[in-house]
Design a protein around this ligand. Structure first.
Ligand SMILES: Nc1nc2c(ncn2[C@@H]2O[C@H](COP(=O)(O)OP(=O)(O)OP(=O)(O)O)[C@@H](O)[C@H]2O)c(=O)[nH]1
Ligand SMILES: [Mg+2]
Length: 362
């Protein structure tokens, strides 16, 4: 038997133990709650971070990478070797030979590269003949060969019927994508645009163009698979005239440039487009910048068939061969009018010689 005193002592001890256990439990819960709060804060940071990333990726066109960034591969291929060539105590014959090699590697072409180096040597000699003078002379000579061309895309005066811009080129060069991007740019400027799905050769080509038409808010005229492309283009031009549209952008099928059928077909498309209610004011060769010297062979074939008015050089964003701008212009006598620098709808920009040369060198 325990007495009253012992009972009271036991009760007090039990209470003390219970209070201690309770205190420990409360402390633990508090620390878990504060850890949770800290975790929540971290999550919030991440979300804000991700939202910030999103905002950046959805930035307006003006905030997108400049041409210089898009041409980083081409710049690396040219400015690196040129800088190395003149990284010597004196500007030697060997340095100029290396410069010529760098230009040839960048696809400027053999003849143009030799001419540019010869002219740059003279220019640099008159300017002190040091590294700075040599690089500045090369840049100036490159610019000299590119500037001064009329690179505008011709439209017709109001009421003169629709202007037709015809896009030709080999498989996968970027014709359909270019038509889509350009349609968007033109409708954004208030032009009434009709797309002609002149590629009836590939089953999915019409659907691909229809998607671009939707994005660009342009009207599209397509034919049945296998239909005569010139009849589709004829219908598109008639529809454009009937609607009072300003512009018909005509996509065509891409096949090998050596195929006689394609060239005959393109000639017919061009003739029909010109004879209908519209006038062909641009015949643009769409050329993949990565095709290099083979691209020049293509350019020759197409210009014989359809009399090119200009070139759209696509995929310049992924190509080290920026020099093709010089050689293609020298080869066909028509300038590069537009360059493709990505797959997005806004990634087609007018070619600007000064901006281009700056982007390659600086
Ligand atoms: N990186 C990059 N890709 C591009 C550019 N232009 C087109 N492309 C891509 O190149 C591929 C072929 O483009 P298309 O427009 O289908 O080429 P196409 O000349 O119409 O091809 P065919 O109809 O088969 O003759 C697509 O994946 C495009 O997204 C560009 O400037 N840069
Ligand atoms: Mg196509």
């Amino acid at each position: 038997m325990i007495g009253v005193v012992e009972f009271v002592i036991l009760a007090v001890a039990l209470c003390a133990v219970a209070a201690a256990v309770a205190a420990v439990l409360i402390r633990r819960r508090r620390s878990r709650a504060s850890a949770k709060a800290a975790g929540a804060e971290k999550v919030a940071d991440l979300v804000v971070g991700r939202l910030a990333d999103k905002t950046e990726s959805a930035a307006p066109a003006s905030a997108r990478p400049a041409l210089r960034q898009r041409l980083s591969k081409a710049r690396g291929a040219l400015s690196g070797p040129l800088s190395a060539a003149f990284d010597r105590a004196a500007v030697t014959d060997e340095a100029w030979a290396e410069a010529a090699e760098a230009l040839i590697r960048a696809d400027v072409g053999l003849a143009s590269s030799s001419e540019i180096v010869a002219a740059a040597r003279e220019r640099a000699a008159a300017e002190g003949n040091d590294r700075g003078a040599a690089l500045a002379a090369l840049k100036a000579e490159l610019h000299e060969r590119l500037h001064g061309f009329d690179r505008s895309l011709k439209r017709l005066p109001e009421g003169a019927g629709p202007a037709v811009w015809l896009f030709v080129g080999v498989n996968g060069a970027g014709k359909t994508t270019t038509v889509g991007k350009l349609a968007k740019q033109q409708t954004d400027r208030g032009a009434r645009v009709v797309l002609a799905a002149g590629d009836t050769f590939r089953a999915a080509a019409g659907e691909q163009l229809a998607m671009w038409a939707e994005r660009a808010s342009a009207h599209i005229v397509a034919g049945a698979p296998g239909a005569d492309p010139s009849s589709v283009v004829h219908d598109a031009v008639s529809a454009a005239a009937a609607r009072g549209a300003d512009l018909v952008l005509a996509d065509t099928a891409g096949r090998f440039h050596t195929e006689q059928n394609l060239m005959a077909e393109l000639r017919k498309v061009r003739r029909v487009a010109d004879n209908a209610a519209g006038t062909v004011t641009e015949t643009l060769l769409v050329l993949d910048a990565a095709t290099g010297q083979n691209g020049l062979a293509q350019a020759r074939q197409f210009t014989q068939a359809v009399d090119l008015t200009g070139v759209v050089l696509t995929k310049l964003d992924g190509s080290a061969k920026g020099g093709i701008v010089v050689s293609v212009q020298a080869e066909i006598g028509a300038p590069v009018k537009l360059v493709g620098v990505g797959e997005g709808i806004d990634d087609l920009v007018p070619f600007d010689a000064a901006e281009f040369v700056d982007a390659l060198f600086d």
